[in-house]
Design a protein around this ligand. Structure first.
Ligand SMILES: O=C[C@H](O)[C@H](O)[C@H](O)COP(=O)(O)O
Length: 219
């Protein structure tokens, strides 16, 4: 199966989690989630409102007629579905390849259940092959980059990219992340860091993984 079909398959499998009425759900960002958004009209009668992790997803949801609300207008969410750039066997993730990591981490924290949807190419034994995105306040960019060098990484500034929150991203290459919770905490302590893309403390509850033949493995 081609990559787009795999994304569509795993998005289709996620529809099973819309298993209640009047649900207020979180929807993430990226090409896998775009497939989900396009399928979401199938379960529209289950959804009362949606909270989105990016302007891009908001526009796509609204184009399908969904009521997109701010997290400040809702309570905690019953369900959050999002993709990832990497996942390990413990459902710990790297996210933020699309730059939406901060809103994603907030929504994940505010959701009772977090279902991650990926294809098998995202599975790794040790996180860090995919460069770890860090959203930084613009004035702190070089400072945070120097701290990440001390932690063994190679920071690359994502030039020309501004997040939905008006900040910048540095992508940290060559990290071998043996203790994701510890590194997530360590990076969070660096002044100027808004969010790092490790989702290890609040990891996914379930990861649905599309295999090459299109079948879905639940982890
Ligand atoms: O910022 C973007 C998000 O973290 C995405 O979930 C992640 O980049 C995966 O995106 P895709 O489904 O396009 O691979």
């Amino acid at each position: 199966m081609n990559p787009e079909q795999l994304k569509q398959n795993v998005a289709q499998a996620a529809l099973a989690y819309f298993n209640d009425y009047d649900m207020v759900v979180g929807i993430g960002t990226g090409s896998t989630v775009n497939q989900l958004i396009d399928l979401l009209p199938q379960v529209k009668n289950r959804i009362e409102a949606v909270v989105s992790s990016s302007e891009e997803s908001t526009q796509r949801l609204e184009s399908h007629g969904f009521n997109v609300k701010e997290l400040n207008q809702t309570g905690d969410l019953s369900l959050y579905i999002d993709g990832a750039d990497e996942c390990d066997a413990h459902n710990r993730l790297i996210k933020g390849g699309g730059g939406a990591l901060t809103r994603e981490k907030i929504i994940a924290a505010a959701s009772k259940q977090f279902i991650c949807i990926v294809d098998a190419s995202k599975q790794v034994d040790v996180l860090g092959k995919f460069p770890l995105p860090i959203e930084v306040l613009p004035m702190a960019r070089s400072f945070v980059a120097r701290q990440m060098v001390k932690l063994g990484g190679q920071p690359i500034y994502r030039e020309g990219f501004i997040t939905d929150n008006g900040n910048q991203i540095i992508d940290i290459h060559n990290l071998k992340i043996l203790d994701p919770v510890e590194l997530e905490n360590t990076i969070n302590q660096i002044p100027g860091v808004v969010t790092n893309g490790l989702f290890a403390q609040r990891k996914a509850d379930v990861t649905l993984i599309a295999q090459r033949d299109g079948s879905i493995v639940k982890q």
